[in-house]
Design a protein around this ligand. Structure first.
Ligand SMILES: C[S@@+](CC[C@H](N)C(=O)[O-])C[C@H]1O[C@@H](n2cnc3c(N)ncnc32)[C@H](O)[C@@H]1O
Length: 312
């Protein structure tokens, strides 16, 4: 790995792999264990805690998140009975949308018991609970049978995992031939645009979000390819993330009084980290990408994702 390491990464390297997993389990979970009522005042109605897809600055957050759901559905083309694993499913945003619009079977994990409760409650409300399972687990410890999954999704979650080499080996082992991997997350540009060891970086990646390790896009793609998958599509969603975060910050401002009542001081932390994050994405010192990769032959009539992407 060639890009400048953060102090967080250096500390992670000094821990054993069990120690680092335990560290992630505790530190990362703490952020997501906050009351879901807080996030429902900040995020869209499906509690999507990752970028939407904006086509225009006039789009609202609901429209952008709905467009992302539709896009993910189109890319993944889940067929009846297919097994889908959402690694870091949050409050169920993408998992439940896919369950509602396809006839697959769904298994999500999160580090937060509170998120699990909300995701399962939402599944029951939508009559999806017979096809949706959610556990509290660190993804690296989920014991899936080899070649048992058709789809594995990481949306806003892979960044929380230090040992990316191990996680990509795990993905390649768990996917069936023809299986798809979808990642939507943050990356550092190869060209270092400012220091990565600032208090601002530490505040966002450590203090607020527990633990984050941003690779460069090329590092993540290399790990995917090294494990035998083919890259089908890479999309730059950095501008969309700038707009997504703008809406989240506006919502914090709008609901500041209520947020203070729910968790004194937390709105300030959210607004600070999102404001710094938004500036980084605007300056492109942090980038947001969606990646689609497949294991082996794609059993589709037309397997050129970029051409299909152009029509959406
Ligand atoms: C930013 S949220 C994204 C939630 C959801 N995927 C979405 O797009 O709305 C990150 C999620 O990943 C989960 N997560 C982070 N690290 C994880 C790990 N090692 N194992 C399982 N879940 C993890 C968190 O608990 C949280 O639910």
């Amino acid at each position: 790995m060639t890009h400048g390491q953060t102090a967080l990464e250096r500390d992670a390297r000094r821990r054993s792999s069990d120690g680092q997993r335990e560290f992630e389990r505790q530190k990362v979970a703490a952020h997501y264990e906050h009351n879901a009522d807080i996030f429902s005042l900040v995020l869209d109605s499906h509690l999507t805690y990752s970028t939407g897809i904006f086509r225009s600055t006039a789009d609202d957050l609901e429209t952008a998140q709905k467009r992302k759901f539709e896009h993910v559905r189109k890319l993944l083309r889940i067929r009846p009975g297919e097994e889908v694993f959402d690694a870091g499913c949050g409050w169920g945003s993408i998992l439940l949308d896919l369950a509602e619009h396809t006839e697959g079977r769904f298994y999500g994990v999160t580090l937060s018991g509170k998120q699990r409760e909300v995701a399962l409650q939402r599944a029951r409300q939508r009559g999806l609970d017979h096809r949706v399972r959610v556990d509290v687990a660190h993804v690296a410890e989920v014991n899936l049978e080899p070649s048992s999954m058709d789809v594995i999704i990481f949306s806003g979650s892979i960044v929380h995992i230090h040992d990316r080499e191990a996680i990509h080996r795990w993905v390649a082992r768990c996917l069936r031939p023809g299986g798809r991997l979808l990642i939507s997350d943050c990356y550092f540009p190869v060209q270092q645009r400012g220091s990565r060891n600032t208090r601002a970086t530490e505040y966002i990646l450590g203090h607020t979000l527990g633990y984050c390790r941003l690779l460069t896009l090329s590092e993540e793609l290399e790990l995917i390819e090294k494990n035998g998958l083919d890259i089908n599509l890479v999309e730059d969603l950095t501008s969309s993330y700038v707009h997504t975060v703008r809406h989240w910050i506006d919502n914090i401002r709008r609901h500041r009084t209520r947020l203070e009542e729910l968790a004194p001081g937390f709105a300030h932390i959210l607004q600070c980290y999102m404001t710094i994050g938004r500036l980084s994405f605007r300056r492109r010192s942090a980038l947001e990408y969606m990646i689609l990769a497949t294991k082996g032959r794609i059993d589709h009539d037309l397997d050129d994702y970029s051409i299909r992407g152009m029509s959406t």
